[in-house]
Design a protein around this ligand. Structure first.
Ligand SMILES: NC(=O)c1ccc[n+]([C@@H]2O[C@H](COP(=O)([O-])OP(=O)(O)OC[C@H]3O[C@@H](n4cnc5c(N)ncnc54)[C@H](OP(=O)(O)O)[C@@H]3O)[C@@H](O)[C@H]2O)c1
Length: 294
């Protein structure tokens, strides 16, 4: 699939704003204060039917945010039952013409899309690492950047979930994981986001544990726990290994959207034994602020 370039995207977004409901300045002031998202804001979640994306959506709704969930037609049904604060919009991110119209009334974007690193049924229909981790993500980033320029800087944050190992593609065991390019394409998307002019945060989890859940019930998702491994390590360098609970990753995503200490930074995230920050905003702010290059 082609990647739509920023110039043509701006034109299409400007056209779209003329014909659809665009966010007003007064609404923006209510839900975004000093660049930080406040409850009531709408977050566009790509990958909302996935393991991390489901948890992010459930947590956002629980905290008073609205979610515009991007789902492909084949999986959109999975998001039924989340209540009135989740709106499902059907789109495949590989098709730029399908996502140009998603940017009215949103204040932030979370992208937690992905596919398998090695050949599997999920690659069928042009859904391997390149189309998923590069082409689809590049479409979303380019369109968001065009939208922000056209609207004078409305977006509070673009948060991208990538992976541990993106900067260690030639080292073992990452070189094996990268045999079909998953880390290369994720890194390319990171670099595009960093240069996009959008306010960004990147979360790079280690090997994911907990979920994906087969129950899509909001309350069940919110009751999931990471057992005794609830503590997290954050690093500003791609230096972590081990595992990361999807619950901790989703919490980090939601917390990062609502604090300035996470802006324009990439955090590697691993889970470890211990109580951890839970949902405590102050503890997460401290974790983001104190993350080091080690
Ligand atoms: N698995 C690991 O150990 C591991 C480790 C580190 C990082 N990660 C990364 O962490 C992130 C979250 O992982 P996860 O396991 O929670 O994800 P997941 O369950 O594999 O979900 C992936 C999501 O991406 C969506 N998606 C893929 N291609 C799309 C497209 N072209 N258009 C629209 N939506 C698309 C899928 O939609 P459908 O439901 O329609 O398929 C699904 O909602 C991913 O980026 C993953 O690569 C994973």
């Amino acid at each position: 699939m082609a990647i739509l370039h920023q110039k043509s995207l701006q034109t299409s977004y400007q056209r779209q704003r003329l014909t659809s409901k665009a966010p007003t300045r007064s609404r923006q002031r209510l839900v975004v204060r000093a660049g930080i998202l406040e409850p009531g804001a709408t977050v566009l979640v790509a990958g909302a039917t996935g393991g991390v994306g489901q948890l992010v959506s459930a947590k956002l709704i629980e905290r008073g945010f609205k979610v515009k969930a991007i789902a492909r037609p084949r999986s959109a049904k999975a998001l039924e039952g989340y209540g009135p604060n989740l709106q499902v919009v059907q789109a495949d991110l590989k098709d730029p013409t399908a996502i140009g119209s998603l940017f009215g009334d949103i204040e932030a974007i979370v992208c937690a899309t992905g596919t398998t690193a090695f050949p599997s049924d999920r690659w069928n229909g042009d859904n391997g690492p390149r189309p998923t981790d590069w082409e689809a993500n590049a479409n979303l980033i380019n369109i968001a950047a065009g939208a922000m320029k056209a609207s004078g800087g409305d977006l509070a944050r673009f948060l991208l979930v990538t992976s541990a190992g993106v900067e260690r593609q030639k080292e073992l065991p990452w070189a094996i994981l990268n045999l079909f390019g998953v880390l290369k394409y994720k890194r390319d998307a990171e670099e595009l986001l960093m240069k996009s002019g959008l306010p960004w945060t990147i979360i790079r989890p280690s090997r994911l544990t907990d979920g994906p859940y087969t129950s899509f019930d909001l309350n069940t998702l919110l009751q999931a726990t990471a057992g005794s491994r609830q503590d997290v390590t954050l690093s500003l360098s791609d230096s972590l290994a081990g595992e990361a609970s999807r619950i901790a990753v989703a919490e980090a995503v939601v917390q990062a959207l609502t604090c300035s200490q996470s802006e324009n930074k990439a955090f590697a995230l691993s889970s470890k034994e211990g109580e951890g920050p839970g949902t405590d905003e102050t503890k997460w702010k401290t974790l983001f602020a104190n993350a080091q290059l080690y």
